[in-house]
Ligand binder design. Sequence first.
Ligand code: ADP
Ligand code: ZN
Ligand code: ZN
Length: 724
Amino acid sequence: MILEVIVDISSAEVDRTFDYIGDDIPLGSRVSVEFGKKRLLGFVIGKKDTSNFEKLKKATLIDSPIDEKQLQLMDYMRSKYNLRYIDVLRLFLPTKLREEKNPEYTRIFLKPTLKLSYDDAIAQIGPRAKKQIELYDFLVSKGGGFLAQMVNLYGASAVKGLRDKGLVDETDVHERRVPLGTLDRKDKEVVLTNAQQDAVNQIVGGQGVYLLHGVTGSGKTEIYLHVIEHFLKIGKTSIMLVPEISLTPQMLGIFRARFGDKVAILHSGLNASERYDEWKRLRTGEAQIAIGARSAIFAPLTNLGAIFIDEEHDTSYISESNPRYDTREVAEERAKIAGAVLVLGSATPDICTYQKAVEGKFNLITLPDRISAHKLPDMEIVDMTYEFRCGNRSPFSSTLIDAIGQALSRKEQVILFLNRRGYSSFIRCKDCGYIPTCDICDVSMTYHKGEDNLKCHYCGATKAPMTTCPKCGSHNMKNGRVGTEKLVEELESIFNGMKCLRMDYDTTTGKDAYFHILDQFAKGEADILVGTQMIAKGHDFPNVTLVGIIEADAALFMSDYRASERTFQLVTQVAGRAGRAEKKGRVVLQAFWPSHYVFKFAKTYDYNGFFGTENNRRLVTGFPPYKDLVRVMIASTDADDGRESARNTYIAVRDLQQKYGKFPFINLTRSPFKYLKGQYRFQIVMRLDPANAEMVTKDTYKIVSDNRPKKGSAFVEINPQNLY
Ligand code: ADP
Ligand code: ZN
Ligand code: ZN
């Protein structure tokens, strides 16, 4: 048999295989191969009977970390998203397996043996083996050392010598660090409600995809747990996906309390060793449940019973950089291959997902009520243009200030949401209108008071803030829209002695900073939590009775066909943080455009009403789910190079209409962000009939790769998350 091998998994740049021979080496195996003069790691992705080359070298089997079903999933991803083998492989293999032949090796700890006295040991080594004596002395003086390190210091043969003579004791000292394991919480005995039990029964007895549409606090998590329990009992495994941001100590605590060591956690905070450990526990079957953010969909589980995607509408399930993929589509394919069920849960499903349920492609389960006695919190909508006309220049309406005061006096907690970080959105010259922009992105910069600088939120570049306008010399520089940093400052000046926490991208850069803030707030160490969309997801704080939403309509002013949907989802999610336990909740929503239909439906938590209106709008205007949006993005450091590539690509793509019939829409433009991170950007946007979208997209992949810019890159996105 000829093996088709991807060589040097960690750094290969070419997407091609090399032929080797090797009998009995299964597909999905890691092998060691001779390549040029080096020995490299390779990966067997295919087999064939003949090769065009003579004198093939032999591959040596190391292990087989991937099974055939996973290879099948890789093939699906490669063809669907036009990905290279190497990029897909990286998703399935922990770094350690790509880079080290034997990842265990680095962790073996050597200690001098206790069986012999020092003198007897030295005698046994013999006077001529100088390196071995040095090594032995080192081990005695330090109490021991890591094998890999000793090999570096004293050479492999000295280490081998001592090991062969039995003069060292070896232990694998690596203790599995239970990620965030200190945050255990007691398991609640829960008797399912009838609605929950019905849902569990349907899912465990069914097949295909289930959309679990349940309002916040309707007990969806409890349903996931029971389904997982059911599958565990019959020897089946499960994958639980949550948005990275909801991978909270609370969530992990719940899983750990219920399933103990059967759970493996995969999140971005793990280092390579920890990740490998969790991966291995799943691969060997020691752990049967994988919980994690989107990459956990690649968990090495066999005998899969169910996959869950909580908050399925969350944008973090879409990978927006190479390799680009939609986790929900990958999960659907994985479930299909494994014969498992896929459960998508949300209080505010993606319009396209819900439409599939309406069409009967997905099974719909609805949970209209909250578990706790209290209904969803009442929502008041405050018109900020009216406040402004009445002379209120602060970011808070009088209603919200009153409500905060009341909550604080009752010793209850408050969450304030504002989707803009930093101190203020930009500085602007009142006299000439000048706004400082980023030199390499051509977008306005945000003022950060703590660091006292202007920052670009797209590339991270900073500039010194200015008090004088560089264009007209005026001193009349004015701050723009308020950000989270400023909000905290304002609150501190209004409410004496109040303690406020801020959670946004800037305060959560440290490894566990995010968890730490949530933990402090959960323990009641602060009265108010101010944050961006990070605070919207899944948190369960029983003492929070008030949620304030500042500038709820900020996103509606953007030209994105999903702006209404996003706003509805965000408002509903944030509002759902109030009044989750015994105490009744209240929501104050501030907007400059309070009459927008999003707020009409959000106020009464009317998802179905919103879906009806929004879905109809998409039908009329020709957007997903009725048309597929395909975008080709071309970026180059050289404007002419980019323009030429875009032009050629456009002509070829446009001509596809001769083959497939007229597209509803096709256009070539400069991207709304003409210049980003030092690159000129051009885009071709098409809207296609779903009937031939897949074919057109595949042809487009080819066209794009034939017309790439020389000094940049080009890629294709299907229904992209952003159009800038
Ligand atoms: P969701 O995931 O839909 O937002 P959760 O599963 O977090 O809702 O449930 C909300 C709260 O209700 C949680 O505190 C949970 O422990 C509790 N809960 C869920 N199901 C039950 C039940 N059957 N009996 C009592 N409490 C429950
Ligand atoms: Zn000016
Ligand atoms: Zn920038």
